[in-house]
Design a protein around this ligand. Structure first.
Ligand code: PFF
Length: 453
C-alpha cells in the first residue's frame, strides 16, 4: 500500500463529536427547504418512497466510502485521490468536488439568508409593522438578499477560521433536538387545520404512476444533497476522525438522523401547503408546477405561524427560523471546509487566509445570485442533482477499482474489529463495486439522454 504523508490535523473531541458534526453537515436546508420543495414538485409520496430507497441503497454505502477514504488519507478530496492513485483523472474529479462545494455554497447562503429575513418577518408581523414585515419577506429584493447572504457567509467564515470542531458539536447537541421538538409540536397543530388531511394523503399514499426518470434523478440528487455526499465533505470530515471509531456505525447514525428529520419536515410542510391552499394561497399553477419555486417554504410556513397568531405564533415562528438558520450554518461550514482544506493541504495556505479568500470568492458569486434568484434552480440542478451523484459515482469507482476494497477493509477494520465475520462487509462490497455505480450511472444517463433528445 502506498505510504501517505500526513500533516498534523485536529481531531473531533469525542466519539459523539464526529457523529454530531457529520449530522450537523447533513441536517440543514436540504431537509427542511429542499426536501419538501422537491417532493411537492415531484408527486409527493412516490418521491418519498424512491428517496428512502435510494438513501438506503446508494446514500449509506457511499457515506461509508467517503468516511473511510477521508480517514485513511487525512486529506481533502483532491489530496485524498492524489494520495491513493497516480491516475490523473481522479485529480480532475477532486477539483470537481471542490467546485461543487463553492457553487452549492454560493446559492445555499441565499436560502440561509432568507431564514434570517423571516426570523425578522415574524417579529415585525407580531409588532404590527406590516410594511416592514412585507419588505423583509420579499425574496425578490436583490439588496436584501445580498445583505442577509453576506451576514450568513460572514458567520460561516468566522467558524471556519477557528477550525471545524469548535462550536459545531455544541450547536448540534443542543439546538438540533430543540428543532425536532418544535417541528413535532407544529405537526400536531397543523394536522388539525382544514385542508391538512389532503396534504397528509399526498405525502403518505404513493401513486406509483408518478415515477418518471425525472423523479428518479430528483430523488437521487436529494439523497446526495441531504446526506452531504458526492463532493467530499465527508472525506474532509472523515480526515479528522480518530482510528478508534466504527465508521459503518457512525454513518448509520448520521443517515438515520438525517432521514428522520427530513421525514418530519415533510410531515409538517406537505399538510401546511394544502392548508395554505385551502386558505386561498396559490401554490400550484394550472400545469401543477410550484408557483413560488425555491421560496415555497418561506411562503407557506410563515402563513402557518400567522395562523397560530399572538405570542404563540411569534414564539414558534421566530424560534423555528432561528433554529433553521443554525442548522443551515452547521451545513454551510462543511461546504466551505472542503475548498478551504484543499487550499490548506495542497497549497500550504494558512487557514485564516484560505477561509477569507475562498469565502470572499463565494460571497461574490452569491451576490450575482442574490439579484437573480432564478439561477438557484439551474445551479441546483447542475451541481446538486447531477454534480453530486456524478461525484458519488467516481468515489465508488475509485474505491472499488483503484484504491481497492481490500484496502478499504483494512481501514474499516480500525474501530470495527470483527468486520471480517460481519454481514456488513460482503454486502457493502457488492454495493460499492456494482450496485451503486450501476444505479447512479443508469439514472444519470437516462435523464441526461432525456434532456438532450
Ligand atoms: N446536507 C446539507 C443540507 O441538507 O442542507 C447540504 C450540503 C452540505 C450538501 C454539505 C453537500 C455538502 F457537501
Amino acid at each position: 500500500m502506498a505510504t501517505i504523508e500526513h500533516t498534523p490535523r485536529g481531531n473531533w473531541n469525542t466519539k459523539l463529536g464526529f457523529i454530531l458534526a457529520a449530522a450537523g453537515s447533513a441536517v440543514g436546508l436540504g431537509n427542511i427547504w429542499r426536501f419538501p420543495t422537491v417532493m411537492a414538485d415531484n408527486g409527493g409520496a412516490a418521491f418519498l418512497f424512491i428517496y428512502a430507497l435510494l438513501v438506503l441503497i446508494i446514500g449509506y454505502p457511499v457515506m461509508v466510502a467517503e468516511m473511510s477514504i477521508g480517514r485513511r488519507t487525512e486529506k481533502n478530496p483532491v489530496g485524498a485521490f492524489k494520495a491513493l492513485t497516480k491516475n490523473k483523472l481522479f485529480i480532475v474529479a477532486g477539483f470537481w468536488c471542490v467546485l461543487c462545494g463553492i457553487v452549492i455554497l454560493s446559492y445555499y447562503v441565499i436560502i440561509a439568508g432568507w431564514t434570517i429575513s423571516y426570523f425578522f418577518e415574524q417579529i415585525f408581523h407580531y409588532a404590527g409593522w406590516q410594511e416592514w414585515a412585507g419588505w423583509v419577506a420579499d425574496t425578490d429584493n436583490g439588496w436584501l438578499n445580498a445583505g442577509v447572504a453576506i451576514l450568513f457567509m460572514g458567520r460561516t467564515i468566522s467558524v471556519i477560521l477557528g477550525g471545524v470542531s469548535d462550536g459545531i458539536e455544541r450547536a448540534v447537541k443542543l439546538l438540533m433536538p430543540l428543532l425536532v421538538v418544535i417541528i413535532v409540536v407544529l405537526i400536531v397543530y397543523v394536522l388539525f387545520q382544514p385542508g391538512a388531511g389532503v396534504g397528509l394523503k399526498e405525502y403518505l399514499v404513493p401513486d406509483f404512476s408518478a415515477i418518471t426518470p425525472d423523479l428518479l434523478l430528483a430523488a437521487m440528487g436529494q439523497a446526495f444533497f441531504s446526506l452531504s455526499l458526492g463532493m467530499g465533505a465527508l472525506i474532509t470530515y472523515g480526515s479528522y476522525l480518530s482510528k478508534r471509531e466504527n465508521i459503518p456505525e457512525a454513518a448509520g447514525y448520521v443517515t438515520g438522523f438525517d432521514v428522520g428529520i427530513a421525514f418530519l419536515a415533510g410531515l409538517l410542510v406537505m399538510p401546511t401547503i394544502y392548508m395554505a391552499q385551502a386558505q386561498g394561497l396559490v401554490i400550484f399553477d394550472e400545469d401543477g408546477n410550484l408557483v413560488a419555486g425555491a421560496a415555497l417554504i418561506f411562503q407557506v410556513l410563515p402563513e402557518l405561524f400567522h395562523e397560530m397568531g399572538g405570542l404563540i405564533g411569534l414564539f414558534f415562528g421566530a424560534t423555528f427560523f432561528f433554529l433553521l438558520s443554525i442548522a443551515a450554518l452547521t451545513s454551510s461550514i462543511s461546504l466551505l471546509e472542503v475548498p478551504t482544506s484543499y487550499a490548506i493541504d495542497e497549497h500550504g495556505i494558512r487557514r485564516k487566509s484560505a477561509a477569507l479568500i475562498i469565502g470572499g470568492i463565494i460571497t461574490l458569486i452569491s451576490l450575482v445570485i442574490a439579484f437573480d434568484t432564478s439561477l438557484i434552480d439551474t445551479l441546483d440542478f447542475i451541481f446538486s442533482d447531477v454534480g453530486l451523484p456524478l461525484g458519488g459515482f467516481v468515489i465508488c469507482i475509485f474505491l472499488a477499482y483503484f484504491w481497492k476494497t481490500e484496502n478499504a477493509r483494512l481501514e474499516l477494520r480500525e474501530g470495527f474489529a470483527d468486520i471480517d465475520s460481519h454481514w456488513f462487509w460482503p454486502v457493502w462490497k457488492i454495493f460499492i463495486q456494482y450496485i451503486c455505480p450501476i444505479l447512479i450511472g443508469l439514472i444519470l444517463v437516462t435523464t441526461i439522454w432525456g434532456i438532450f433528445r
